[in-house]
Design a protein around this ligand. Structure first.
Ligand code: CMX
Length: 435
């Protein structure tokens, strides 16, 4: 057994009695009440999921295993010559809750290297799709095509017991995570770079190897590390994380659940917003020519979008009620590496003018920017201008968090998910309305 799996096994044994006790002794304790607005309104704020991987405070933002983003960046072992931590070490933190040693990071890196070979049929499946398919379709299809590789299915069919279900899930999760960067890079090079595929270099760390396979020079490796870390997890109620968890709760294997997770992420109100931000900015740029808009001019573009009934991509959030710290982390990166970039200037002006406009309009509960407002700018700056690809990057990152969650779901024996529906008439009756 690998060091990581052994460590996880001990953690799971220590954790299980907590869940069992809560269920057995305190199962009737109320943690939330549900209003009609929440029933109709997408269960916003209803506390009905458990995860220990990350927690999202509306005002503070995300904490991964108790660490804020700056604390996470500070505490994790760094790639030599780099300011950013190893993605491998970050995954160790998500999975175990502990900061890894250099040795632990090496162990995870070896685990990923051992499993990184992508079967040729996966590339053939991508090539078989129409070339104008969206990259998220290619990504989701490539993942689901590997379902035949599932160790979980083999062991489930052989009659494995419930307490052990997490073990083949762990194997599937690591097998899949090890392959995702290469599949994602393949999609990019195949779709946009004339099928000029770059083979992996397993002497590099995961972020470095991804930048290498994308064919983008340093410091894009730093961008990859930061990007995968920032996008990994945001509690378990957001569409992609929840979809992954929901599908896995039926004991569907991780190939099914991560493919579905990618499908949820591909919506413009969720992960696709990062492409939408760049598309929106490009629309403004087309109208402005080479000129950066003044604040007054930008205000007009924002109002025009709102008045046409569309949302301003990259702003607002279902939980957050302040500027997203994931936005802040990327902004700091921009200020350091690309302060004079024209698109960064656009984003900066948007940051100034949009929140007061959304407040004046009075609809959005959170007028502040989210993770997606800033992320495309960095990609564009380093030459990745094919913005319909951006959500694939989000998807690679998100898989680390969702797979850590799914392993723990199985370890703690969380049941199949099944919330209850009511009819409109039942809600009217509860409200005392007589038709
Ligand atoms: N621009 C214009 N209107 C907005 C808005 C925005 N950025 N954000 C919210 N609103 C509107 C909503 O559309 C809603 O309008 P209606 O009452 O007409 O339906 C109203 O304000 C209330 O919405 P809310 O409660 O503040 O927000 P929700 O929890 O329903 O939705 C989100 C959250 C993110 C979908 C929404 O803010 C939005 O559409 N933002 C733009 C898209 C975006 O950036 N998504 C990415 C989020 C981060 C991620 O998941 O990647």
């Amino acid at each position: 057994m690998s060091r990581l799996k052994e460590k996880l096994s001990k953690k799971i044994d220590g954790w299980r009695p907590r869940t069992t006790r809560l269920l057995k002794e305190f199962g009737d304790v109320k943690v939330s009440e549900v209003t009609i607005a929440q029933v109709i309104g997408g269960a916003r704020g209803v506390k009905c999921l458990t995860t220990d991987i990350s927690y999202l405070d509306p005002f503070e933002g995300i904490r991964f295993r108790g660490y804020t983003i700056p604390e996470t960046l500070e505490a994790l072992p760094k790639v030599p010559g780099s300011e950013m931590p190893y993605v491998e070490g970050f995954f160790y933190l998500l999975l175990t809750g502990d900061i890894p040693s250099e040795e632990d990071v090496k162990d995870v890196a070896e685990e990923f290297n051992k499993r990184q070979h992508v079967p040729e049929y996966v590339f053939n499946v991508i090539r078989a799709l129409p070339k104008d398919s969206h990259p998220m379709v290619m990504f989701s299809t490539a993942i689901i095509s590997m379902q035949r590789e599932s160790e979980f299915v083999k062991e489930y069919n052989a009659g494995i017991g419930k307490m052990d279900l997490w073990k083949p899930t762990y194997e599937d999760a690591l097998n899949l995570l090890a392959k995702l960067p290469q599949i994602a890079a393949f999609i990019y090079r195949y779709k946009y770079k004339g099928d000029d595929i770059i083979a992996p270099d397993t002497s590099l760390d995961l972020g470095g190897n991804f930048a290498h396979m994308m064919g983008i020079d340093k410091p894009y490796d730093e961008v990859a590390r930061l990007y995968f870390l920032l996008h990994s997890d945001h509690e378990s109620g957001n569409v992609s994380a929840h979809t992954g968890h929901l599908v896995a709760s039926a004991l569907s294997d991780v190939y099914y659940s991560i493919s579905a997770m990618i499908d949820g992420l591909a919506g413009p109100l969720h992960g696709l917003a990062n492409q939408e931000v760049l598309r929106w900015i490009q629309g403004v740029m087309d109208k402005m020519g080479d000129k950066v808009p003044t604040e007054e001019e930008m205000k007009k573009f924002v109002w025009d979008t709102l008045n046409s009934g569309q949302v301003i991509p990259g702003f607002g959030h279902a939980v957050l009620r302040k500027t997203d710290p994931r936005y802040q982390a990327q902004r700091e990166f921009c200020l350091k590496h690309l302060p004079d970039d024209p698109i960064f200037k656009y984003v900066d002006i948007l940051y100034k003018v949009t929140p007061p406009i959304l407040q004046e309009q009075g609809k959005a509960k959170n007028p502040w920017p989210n993770v997606d407002a800033q992320s495309g700018v960095i990609q564009w700056f380093y030459g990745l201008k094919e913005y319909d690809y951006y959500t694939v990057l989000f998807g690679v990152g998100r898989a680390f968090g969702v797979l850590a969650n799914i392993i723990w779901d199985r370890a703690l024996g969380y049941p199949i998910e099944r919330p209850k529906s009511v009819t409109t008439a039942m809600l009217e009756e509860a409200a005392g309305i007589k038709n």
